[in-house]
Design a protein around this ligand. Sequence first.
Ligand SMILES: [Zn+2]
Length: 840
Amino acid sequence: MKKQLHAIFLTLATCLGLYAQQPKKPNASEIYESIKKLNFLGSVLYVAAHPDDENTRLISYMSNEVKARTAYLSLTRGDGGQNLIGPEIRELLGVIRTQELLTARQIDGGEQRFTRANDFGYSKHPDETLQIWNKDEVLSDVVLAIRQFKPDVIINRFDHRSPGSTHGHHTSSAILSVEAFDLVNDSSKYQEQLNSTTVWQPKRLFFNTSWWFYGSEEKFEKANKSNLLSFDIGTYYPSKGLSNTEIASLSRSQHKSQGFGNTGTRGSQMEYIELIKGDMPNDGSNIFEGINTTWTRVKDGEAIGNIMKNVEEHYNFQNPSASIPQLKEAYKLIQNLEDTHWKTIKTEEIKQIIAACAGLYLEAAADTNHATAGSSVQLNIEAINRSNANIKLQSFTINNTKTDKNVELANNVNQKFQESLTIDSQQQPTTPYWLTSKGTLGMYQVDDKSLIGKPETPRTFNVTFNLTIEGTPISFTRPVIYKTNDPVKGEVYKPFEIIPEASAKVAEKVIIFDNDEEKQVSVIVKSGINNLQGQVQLAHPKGWTVFPEKQTVNIQHKGAEQTVVFTIIPPKHQDEGLITPMVHVGDQIYTRELIEIDYDHIPFQTVLLPSESKIVRLDIKKIGQNIGYIEGAGDVIPESLQQIGYNVITINPENISEDTLRYFDAIVVGVRAYNTVDALKFKQQLLFDYVANGGNMIVQYNTNHRLKTDHLAPYKLELSRDRVTDELAEVAFLEPKHELLNFPNKINEHDFEGWTQERGLYFPNSWGKEFTPILEMHDKGDSKKKGSLLVAKYGKGYYIYTGLSFFREFPAGVPGAYRLFANMLSIGKEDIKTDNPLND
Ligand SMILES: [Zn+2]
C-alpha cells in the first residue's frame, strides 16, 4: 500500500517539480505573479481545527487571485487521526500532518500556523473540547496568531452557533476565533504578548458557509443571501496553466496520510462566506472593500508603490533581470519604512523577487544529514548569478562569524566554496519543539514562548550570503541542507539535523506477560558517531526482575545499530509499568529514542522522544488456541493476541471456505472489514455456517456508510453513529451473570480502567431479540448506549458484534481489554477447558 502510494506520488511530483524538500526555482510567469503580490497589502486568516479542515479552494483563491497574504490557522496538528500510509500515530502523525499542511501551502501559496492545542480524538461538543484543551491558552494562541499575522479579514471554516452538530474541535475553533476578534485590540488582554507584537483589529469576520450547512442545495438556493459574499473560485490562471480549483486539488492531495487525494475540477464554481462581525461590503465579492490594500497603506509607502507599479507595467518576460535596478530602489525604500510589520514581510518578498530575477542560486550543503554536538562538518557552498546584474559576494556569515570573500558573481559563472561548520558542544538535538516537554491530553507544553504558533522548529544552522546587488548590500540567508543523488528519484534533499551520540529503543512498544514466565526483550541501540562504546541498562518498575544488569555496546559506524537482549521476569500478580533503555557513554546517559519519518511528499523528519515501552503482567485465562483473523482497515489484533499466547492466522478473505474455517476456535474480523473488503459480501453465509457448527465469530466496528453487505449478522443488526468518546465513561453491566463477564475471567470495573482515547464507536442502535446487550455506557449529557457489546447464540456457536475500541486499547497494553477479549474468544467452550495447556 505504502509503496503504491509512493509510486503514484512520484509521478505526480516529478511532473510538477513539487518535491517539498527542493528549493523553489520560480520561472518568469511566477516572478510576475510575485511582483503583483508584492503590490497588494491585505491579509486573510482562515481558521479551523485540523489539517484537512481547510478549504484549499478559498485559500488558493485569496492567495493567487486576490493576491492577499493568506494563512491557515489550524488549532491542532491532527494527531488524533488515522494514518493510511504508515505506522505513525498520535504525536508522530501530528508531525507528518504538520508537514503535509506546509507542503499544501507551498502549492496554494498560503502560510501555516498552529496553536498548542492537541488533537486528542473525537469530541462531541465544544464544552467537552474546551475543558480538555486549556481554553485560555488556546484562546491566547489564537489572539497571538491574529496579533502577529494582522489579518484584515478572518474566515472561519465552521459555524460558532451550532455546537453539537459537528466535531467539538470544529465548533471550538469558530467560537475561539469569534471571541478573539473582540479581544485582540485590547492591550489589557494577554499583555505579555505585547512585548513581541502589537494589538490589532481585523475589520471583518466571516463564516465559510456552503449549501451543506443548510441541509440541501435546494434549501440553500431559497435561503436569504443578503448577508453572504460570493466569489467564483473556478478562475483560470494562464500563468500557471491551471484553474484555481485544480491548484486546490493538488494542495488537498498532500493530505496523503488521511487519504485525501483529490481530482481537480475546472469551470466556474461559487464559494460563499457569511458576515459574522464587522460591516457588510457593498460589493458582494470584495472582502477588502473599504480597506486600503495599496502601498499608500503604509507611511512613506507611496514612492514604493510608484516604483513597483512601473516594474509591474514594464515587466519583461524574456528578461526579468531588467527589473533589478528598480527593484533595488524599492528595496532600499522598504528598508526605511517605520512600519516594521510590512517592512519585514515586504523585505522578504522583494528579496525573493530580486534573487529570482537574477537567476541567483545560493546553497549551503553539509556533507552529512546528521551530526552530533561538538562535531564539525564540511559545507559545500554554491553561489551563482545567471543575469547581467552586477552582483558581488562580499562575505558569508556562518554561526555569527563573518568570512570575507569579495568575489564577483559574473553571469553564469558558478562559484564554489568549502567552509567548515562547528557544532557547539551544548547544541540540543533537532526535534519538533512542541514534543520536547510532556504536555497534557489536550495541550502541548511549549517552554520557549517565542516558538508558540510556529509551524515547525526554526532551523539552527544557516549560511548568510552578504551580497551587493548593483551596489546595494542585500543579505540572503539559506538553511544548511543535505543533498544526495538517488538512482531512482534523482536529486533528494534532506534537512541537516543534530542527533544524539546514542539513542535506543525496546523493539516492542507493549510487552504482555500472560503468565509468570520470563521473556527476552531486545533493545536496539543506534549510534550517532563512529566508534561508539557504551553500556546499556534497562530501567524497570519495582517487582520486575531484569538481567543482566548491563550489556556492552560497541558500534563502529555512525548510523549503525546493535541489538542487545535482556531477560525480564514478571511479578506473580497483575501489574504494569514502563521500561526505558539507558545508554551510558562516557559520563553521558542517553534515554531517548530517535525516530525518522521518511516519505517522499514531505521533508525527512527526525523526532526524539523519551524511549519507553510498556510491560504488562496480565492475570488472564483463556480457552481455545487457534484464531483466524480477517483483516479490515488495519489493526493490531494478530500481534496482540499472539502476545497472550494465541496462535493467530490471517485468512485471505478470498480463501474463506468450510475447510479453512474448521481449523479455528474463533474468527475475529478486523475493524471496518465490511467497509473495505469486497470479498466478504460473498462469504457471510460460510462464516454464519461456521458459527452454527460451534465456532465463535467476533466482528469489530464498521461504519454504516458503504457497507459491503446487508447481512452483517445472522440476525437483525443496524449500525448507527453512536459512540462513547469519554474513555473514562462509567460502564454498567446489564447482564452481570453472563458468561462474557465471568468466564474464564471475572470482569469487574477495574477492567475498564486505563482505557485510552474512547470507549468505542459506531455502536448498533437496533438489533434482533436474539442479541443480548452486555454493557451500557454513555457520554455526559448523552443518552445511554447499550450497543457496545452484543452477543447472540446461533446454532451451536456465538456471534459477537462489538464497537468497543480494542484496536486502540491493545496497542496501549490495557489489561482489561485483553481479559474481556479472551472471554469473547472463549465463550461456549467450558467443555474443552482442560485441553488447553496454556491455562493455569
Ligand atoms: Zn476536522
